[in-house]
Design a protein around this ligand. Structure first.
Ligand code: PMP
Length: 370
């Protein structure tokens, strides 16, 4: 083949995609463990019967519904094929070659990839010692070329969250020519009252965009739909850069039905939060320095033990997400899945102290290579 792709793409690291193994306990993708509620599945089936028709171009019905629920004018709202596509479109809508996109690191890895694909420059600021955004250092990192700042709240993969005073101060001090994208993909799992509601902040700050998704709390990761509250000019620009018909008829129907079952969502999130706190307590007791999480996952800053831990879990049929030499992110699963994970983590901790014991199954889970 003589066709050559863009040369600069070779320098962009591939996504850290989650591993898969048939029959494994999957705690590596920040999904919720239950399928969507039956009425949501039924709404998708009804939409499928009209699969020969294109969906609404800009998801107008869903935009109207979200706009009414959140009391945000429709001109400030856009729907996308998952919030990840809105991350990409926001960069595309605001940045040209050489512009800078600022974000904390480590954070959601898509920010870096999309920035570079747009030929913009990524400027990253390390998280602080408690695995939180260092907002002072981020302000210091702003340059005349900065066009977009991503704040991931709670942060993926550390689960840490910014409180309202710090965020307000940041917004007050940042030049308002810069678009702040507050990524609230995990908003529904937040229990700390100090963590602000981004949509409320967006009412006061004309340069703030807020990203949310149906993938996590609403259990629709496989259906692909998310939304964004943004300044009207940014929404118009999003409409220019987004892929037409990207949000399928099924996805729009599922999101609308899911909004009708908000009580189910709240109950599921409460169960995740209970398990999150139980997991963290056990892990702390086993000596893992796990930061408090406001999301549906926990961060184990294992540094050089990251791959050893991940392989150990995989041998026990449990998939977690490794960030090599940094740490492991584990998603909260069903109670029995979490028990299996805790058993593996306990055994890894004790073997790290005393050396490996016999390779026996944990809680009935077969040892298997993945
Ligand atoms: N933002 C963050 C912080 C995420 O972790 C994710 C999913 N991993 C997304 C956005 C994208 O989610 P989705 O495209 O499924 O809405």
């Amino acid at each position: 083949m003589s066709v050559t792709p863009r040369a600069d793409l070779a320098a962009i690291p591939d996504y850290n995609t989650p591993g898969q193994a048939p029959g494994a306990i999957v705690l590596n993708s920040n999904e919720v463990p239950q399928p969507p509620p039956p009425p949501v599945v039924e709404a998708m089936a009804r939409a499928a019967a009209e699969g020969h028709r294109y969906p609404e171009w800009f998801s107008d019905t869903l935009v109207s519904r979200l706009s009414a629920d959140l009391a945000v004018p429709g001109e400030r709202m856009a729907v996308g094929c998952g919030s990840v596509s809105l991350c990409r479109d926001l960069i595309q809508a605001v940045c040209g070659p050489g512009d800078e996109v600022l974000f904390a690191w480590r954070s959601f890895d898509a920010y870096s990839v999309f920035t570079r694909v747009a030929e913009a420059r990524a400027r990253t600021v390390p998280l602080d010692a408690e695995h939180r955004h260092d907002l002072t250092a981020m302000l210091d990192a702003v340059t005349p070329a900065t066009r977009v700042v991503f704040l991931c709240n709670p942060n993926n993969p550390t689960g840490t969250a910014l409180g309202e005073p710090a965020l307000r101060e940041f917004l007050r001090r940042l030049p308002d020519r810069i678009l702040v994208v507050l990524d609230e993909a995990y908003r529904e799992f937040v229990t700390d009252p100090a963590v602000p509601d981004g949509v409320e902040l967006a009412r006061e700050h004309g340069n703030l965009a807020v990203l949310r998704t149906f993938s996590k709390a609403y259990g629709l990761a496989g259906v692909r739909v998310g939304y964004c509250v943004a300044p009207p000019a940014v929404v118009s620009a999003l409409h220019k850069v987004s892929v037409p018909f990207a949000v399928s008829r099924l996805a729009q129907a599922a999101a609308l039905a899911a909004l009708d079952h908000a009580e189910d969502v709240r109950e599921r999130c409460a169960a995740v939060v209970r398990e999150r706190e139980r997991l963290r307590e056990h892990l702390l007791r086993d000596g893992y320095p796990v930061p408090p999480s406001q999301a549906n996952f926990l961060w184990l800053p294992l540094a050089h033990r990251t791959s050893g831990f991940t392989d150990f879990c995989a041998r026990h049929g449990i998939l977690v997400r490794a960030f090599p030499d940094e740490g492991v992110r584990v998603t909260v699963g069903l109670p029995q899945e979490n028990d299996a994970f805790l058993n593996a983590a306990s055994r890894f901790a004790s073997e790290s102290r005393t050396g490996p014991g016999p390779d026996r199954p944990l809680n009935g889970h077969d040892l298997r290579a993945t």
